[in-house]
Design a protein around this ligand. Structure first.
Ligand code: GLU
Length: 493
């Protein structure tokens, strides 16, 4: 059952979806879901010089990748559309006409020069009110209509009631915020070119779409008293506002390009998991209980509340995001890890492997040793690479060879290893038997464990940082393991 809660995320398609916007979207989505409400996506594309259809597509794609499904909006429709502001221009025009007819707005014929001169004069006399001097407010409506019809350029201004007083909002995050009546001017709701201003179009939409809660960045807090004036003029109920804090970089400055990747798609392309990314962003200014960090999507969607949004700015910490991503990867099932990370990452690294090329048990064993060593998806391909190589194609890391293999006595180690492994049949080729066969070697050769196993490791994997030897060798297979030792013998001394 849906409740009356209706929220919207209203990006301007003037660029990609960034971290801050994504967090706003997540909060709106989670709030709608937690309250069995409706989540609306609206494209605020009234800035024609900076909005592009391509950016809209990028935003929609990013929203889908984030898993933030919208109930009304582009591509899904809904009863309150259209959901792009450029398709709603007639509605804004009608709303403005209605306010004009009701005397709640008026046309202003002041020229830019006049306005500038008035502002200059107000500054000169140190007038605390620096807004519009209301020159056109009292023009007789019939006279105003005549001038409009005659083609004189005009803007439309809202008529703030003379006795309005301070504007008080009870922000769900900031609490009671008071805006001084003296600061309210009769601001423009329609420009002379016939386009609505942001503060007007947004409120017409929010009112017509029945938005109950406006959750957005606190850079919009200063717009709110003006928007309240529009609600009141329209005779529409004022929604609950929740202005969320800024996101800062580690240096305490507002998050920007200087801090590294900022667009959602850059994170997707870098291999972050959508669930981990959403979890991390959800905690930039909100908490479940002040301590839980791993918050699965369904918990977020059932437990999110405005009460637990913090007033303080949040700091974006890439290391914490990486940690969280690794946690999510580590929690994946074997099957999901193989299908969603391992095989695609191998393909991206140029190694096409099909699931059918090995048994499920083989893949599970592989997942169990690669997954804990995977912080970022691309790590998986790197860690697993030696297993998908062959004695002929295995790449030997020069430094590892110099350190672990090309040293006096290592040929003797490999010879002994070959003999020990040779005793195992193909059927016995299991990690536990391999480990058991290798175990006595250091004592028998009177060498340190580390030296012996390092040599075997470099021989089998080409480097010194592979996953546990027994499992790795089981996965490589008996014949190829022995062939690798033969090849390594040509490098050992
Ligand atoms: N289009 C506005 C923005 O991207 C939305 C503001 C609002 O949520 O009211 O900042």
């Amino acid at each position: 059952m849906t409740s009356h809660v209706r929220v919207r995320f209203a990006p301007s398609p003037t660029g990609k979806l960034h971290i801050g916007g994504a967090r706003t979207a997540i909060y709106n989505w989670a709030f709608a879901r937690a309250n069995h409400g409706t989540f609306i996506l609206r494209i605020d594309d009234t800035d024609p010089t900076r909005s592009t259809a391509e950016n809209t597509q990028v935003i929609l794609r990013a929203m889908r990748w984030l898993g933030l499904d919208w109930d009304e909006g582009p591509e899904v429709g809904g009863d309150f559309g259209p959901y792009a502001q450029t398709e709603r221009l007639d509605l804004y025009r009608e709303a403005a006409e209605r306010l004009l007819a009701e005397g709640r707005a008026y046309p202003c014929f002041c020229t830019p020069e006049q306005l500038e001169a008035d502002r200059e004069a107000a500054r000169a006399r140190k007038d605390p009110f620096q807004g519009y001097q209301r020159r056109c407010r009292d023009i007789d409506p019939a006279e105003a209509r005549r001038r409009m019809d005659a083609g004189e350029p005009y803007t439309i201004r809202i008529k703030v009631p003379a006795d309005r007083g301070d504007v008080v909002i009870n922000d769900a995050v900031h609490g009671r915020v008071v805006f001084d009546a003296k600061e309210l001017d009769d601001f423009v709701i329609f420009r002379s070119d016939g386009t609505p201003t942001y503060n007007f179009a947004t409120v017409v939409d929010d009112a017509m779409m029945g938005i109950t809660h406006v959750i957005r960045g606190d850079d919009h807090l200063s717009n709110t008293p003006r928007q309240v004036m529009v609600y009141e003029a329209l005779g529409a109920p004022v929604p609950t506002f929740a202005h969320i804090s800024m996101i800062l970089g580690a240096d305490g400055k507002k998050l920007s390009k200087r801090h590294g990747a900022t667009s959602v798609e850059e994170y997707r392309d870098a291999g972050y998991l959508s669930d981990a990314f959403v979890n991390y962003l959800s905690l930039l200014g909100w908490s479940l209980d002040g301590e839980t960090t791993i918050i699965p999507r369904d918990v977020l969607a059932s437990q999110f509340s405005l009460e637990r949004i913090s007033k303080n700015p949040a700091t974006f910490d890439p290391a914490k995001l990486d940690w969280m991503n690794a946690e999510y990867i580590n929690a994946m099932s074997d099957g999901a890890f193989v299908d969603e990370i391992l095989i695609p990452q191998l393909a991206a690294a140029g190694k096409e492997v099909s699931r059918a090329s090995h048994t499920d048990a083989w893949w599970s064993l592989l997942a169990s040793i690669v997954r804990p060593r995977t912080k970022m998806p691309a790590d998986a391909a790197q860690v697993a690479a030696p297993i998908f190589a062959s004695a002929k194609t295995l790449a030997y890391d020069e430094k590892s060879v110099a350190k672990g293999l090309a040293k006096e006595g290592m040929a003797r180690v490999l010879d002994a290893t070959r003999v020990a492994l040779g005793t195992l049949s193909a059927d016995d080729w299991k990690a536990e038997h391999i480990d058991a066969a290798l175990e006595p070697l250091p004592d028998a050769l009177d060498l340190k464990k580390r030296i012996v196993f390092q040599a075997v490791r470099v021989a089998e994997c080409g480097n010194m940082v592979s996953p546990p030897l027994g499992e790795t060798m089981q996965l490589i297979g008996r014949d190829d393991c022995l062939a690798r030792i033969d090849r390594a013998l040509t490098m050992a001394l």
